[in-house]
Design a protein around this ligand. Structure first.
Ligand code: FE
Length: 196
């Protein structure tokens, strides 16, 4: 719940709802914790890195991924499903001419299942407000200095729609295996605040 436009009053309402379910004998805290562990236990940037490495080595998969990420994810035994809900995922590819970066301007929506829990700066008011207004300056502060001719697109997530960046495959990696390529991909690369 912590990543879905949750405000403090809403969190308190959810807690009261949990307590009523428990009082009615429908579910207990241990079951709720176990459900959360099942969801978060597999949540890691390793998943996003696997997707990227497959897209770098398999052009047909890359096409399917960019066309409909939700339909392509099961090829890697991944999905955007948490409980009964499936979040929409769009993967956007960086090119030599265009760089992409993700944000949730409203709160902190983020593809947790593919990237793991979000970094604290992603949830900060400063990042959320500034990356939209002055993305080039914000990326430079992350150490990513983009040439002036590279266009920057900022993708604003919502409760229903999440985004992930497909970085450009680094030069000189022709001989690497898919697993080795996955090892090059960082969480920041998947957010768009780093090149890879
Ligand atoms: Fe959000």
């Amino acid at each position: 719940m912590s990543d879905d436009h949750v405000s403090t009053p809403l969190a308190a309402r959810v807690r009261r709802f949990e307590e009523r379910l428990a009082a009615a004998g429908l579910v207990d805290d241990a079951e709720l914790d176990a459900a959360l562990d099942r969801f978060l236990g597999g949540a890691s940037p390793v998943n996003g890195a696997r997707i990227v490495a497959r897209a770098w080595t398999d052009a047909a998969f890359r096409d399917r991924l960019l066309a409909d990420a939700n339909a392509a994810l099961p090829e890697l035994d991944l999905s955007m499903r948490s409980g009964l809900q499936e979040q929409r995922l769009k993967v956007i590819a960086n090119t030599a001419a265009r760089h992409n970066v993700i944000v949730c301007t409203l709160c902190s929506c983020y593809p947790i299942g593919l990237l793991g829990p979000s970094p604290s700066w992603y949830k900060s008011e400063a990042y959320r407000a500034r990356v939209v207004r002055e993305p080039r300056a914000v990326l430079a502060e992350f150490g990513l200095e983009l040439p002036a001719e590279v266009e920057i697109t900022v993708w604003d997530a919502s409760a229903e729609s999440r985004y992930m960046v497909l970085p450009v495959r680094p030069a000189g990696t022709d001989g690497l295996s898919e697993t080795e390529l996955a090892g090059l991909v960082t969480r920041e690369g998947l957010i768009g605040t780093a090149a890879v």
